[in-house]
Design a protein around this ligand. Sequence first.
Ligand SMILES: C[S@@+](CC[C@H](N)C(=O)[O-])C[C@H]1O[C@@H](n2cnc3c(N)ncnc32)[C@H](O)[C@@H]1O
Length: 208
Amino acid sequence: MESRQYFDTVAPQWDNLRIGFFSEAVREKAFTVAGVEPGRLAADIGAGAGFVTEGLLERGLRVIAIDLSAAMLAEMKRKFGEGGAVEYRIGEAESLPLEDSSVDYVFANMYLHHVDSPPAAIREMARILKPGGRLAITDLDRHDYDFLRTEHCDRWMGFDRPDVARWLTEAGLVDVEIDCVGENCCAASQSGCGNASVSIFVASGTLP
Ligand SMILES: C[S@@+](CC[C@H](N)C(=O)[O-])C[C@H]1O[C@@H](n2cnc3c(N)ncnc32)[C@H](O)[C@@H]1O
């Protein structure tokens, strides 16, 4: 099953599934490393049903939520409404529907391991940052749970942190840091392939 079809199918259950995968501590860590301030504009890339967006709204930011799945964005609209602090845009990793230098922060939680080219996706996220803007990516460390590819449509089996740091640097970001979030992403196989438990990193950088 391709990614869009998979996420369109799971969209109505995503919030419940997410609770079993990881907690609010993941977005809180991303907000802390990014240094979010109320009144600013953030992009939530691969926004899904709005896990990161919800936390940003609670902190008084405006959000542009981008995802390839119309069903995921429909879930967000149901929860957050239209015409308020969230704008919803259908978009693809390598051609985000945003002007250059347009947002103060970019967040991407559990998105990078789904895209075709992680370095290209990171370059595109850097492109939309204003000078001084901050990027924070939360994603999985490298693992060997193959069922996450077959059952959850993952494209990459996590990442080596030095690769992610290099991709941020090559995208023109400075003050690049990678840290532990301090919790694991957990998922049980539906076909008897065991239970995955994978540590989560947060990668951050600033556009000069
Ligand atoms: C694992 S979900 C994470 C959703 C949300 N960020 C969260 O933390 O709950 C990954 C999301 O990325 C979106 N996605 C996957 N590949 C994408 C791509 N190439 N371009 C844009 N969005 C993509 C999916 O539709 C899905 O909503």
